[in-house]
Write a protein that binds this ligand. Structure first.
Ligand code: ATP
Length: 253
């Protein structure tokens, strides 16, 4: 059963199409990968599902900036969320962990995590905090450190930890591995995989290259110029020669 369904989604920035008739679905408890080059539309898709695009569209309108148009439908647990505000979507369990780790740089690690847990009950926040420290033990000794002083990888751990504190049912991870070393990539991938095993969290993860996330995804979509060009179970994608060379960095033997 799908937890999230995107139907004929179109997003325009003025007259330029950023998401072009996208249909996708994310099965409950599964990890769905969305792959594509720069400007393929990954961030726009994440912003549209989380509802952040509504805020951006409103801000642009107020300052007389660009016109953002969204068409089509997004169903979460079978109901349309197209008109649901982003804060309400977060309460429903749709939580975005944005690209480039937008943490509060002047707050400490523990403060960032507690801010993430604002919509959780006290008991949930306590249990989740323990869990976050278990999957990211490096954060324990950094708990009083200002987030701005953490390394890129530590900041990404914190960003994911903060998103988990919000008790997601559906977690959106926008390019979580961007700019990280292979060692750090592995730590994060193991943590994301642990979260799925431990709490069966449904996740959508976007990356430019599929290779590092391939071992943990169930189903994947490849976006080009805002449209889905290939989709399939992880194994089938890996066998597709086009996908293999462009997104896995592997050549046909
Ligand atoms: P990246 O990996 O660079 O983040 P992406 O796959 O996430 O790329 P998007 O950022 O969603 O792609 O961009 C999709 C298209 O929409 C691009 O052509 C981009 O220039 C355009 N776009 C994105 N945000 C805006 C905006 N605020 N105003 C105008 N055009 C935008």
């Amino acid at each position: 059963m799908s937890l999230l369904e995107v139907i004929n989604l179109m997003v325009f920035y003025e007259n330029a199409v950023a998401i072009n008739n996208v249909n996708l679905s994310c099965g409950k408890g599964l990890i769905t990968g969305v792959f594509g080059a720069n400007s393929a539309g990954k961030t726009t898709l994440m912003f549209t599902v989380s509802g952040m695009i509504l805020d951006t569209a409103r801000k642009e309108k107020m300052r007389g900036g660009i016109r953002i148009t969204v068409m089509g439908d997004i169903l979460f647990e079978g109901r349309s969320i197209m008109d649901v505000e982003p804060s309400r979507r977060a309460h429903l369990g749709i939580v975005l962990c944005p690209e480039r780790r937008r943490i509060f740089k002047e707050s400490t690690v523990i403060e960032n995590l507690k801010i993430g847990g604002i919509i959780a009950t006290k008991a949930q926040a306590r249990t989740t905090l323990e869990y976050v420290f278990r999957i990211f033990p490096a954060l324990v000794k950094l708990r009083k450190r200002e987030a701005g002083f953490l390394s890129g990888g530590e900041q990404q751990m914190l960003a994911i930890g903060r998103a988990l504190m919000a008790q997601p049912k559906f977690l959106l991870l926008d390019e979580p591995l961007l700019g990280l070393s292979p060692v750090m990539e592995e730590i994060l991938i193991n943590a994301i995989s642990d979260v799925r095993r431990a709490i069966g969290l449904t996740t959508m993860i976007s990356e430019q290259y599929a290779r590092p996330v391939f071992p943990i995804i169930d189903y994947g979509y490849v976006l080009e110029n805002g449209g889905v060009v290939v989709e399939g179970p992880a194994h089938d994608l890996m066998e597709n020669p086009d996908v293999k060379s462009a997104y896995f960095g592997l050549q046909e033997e």
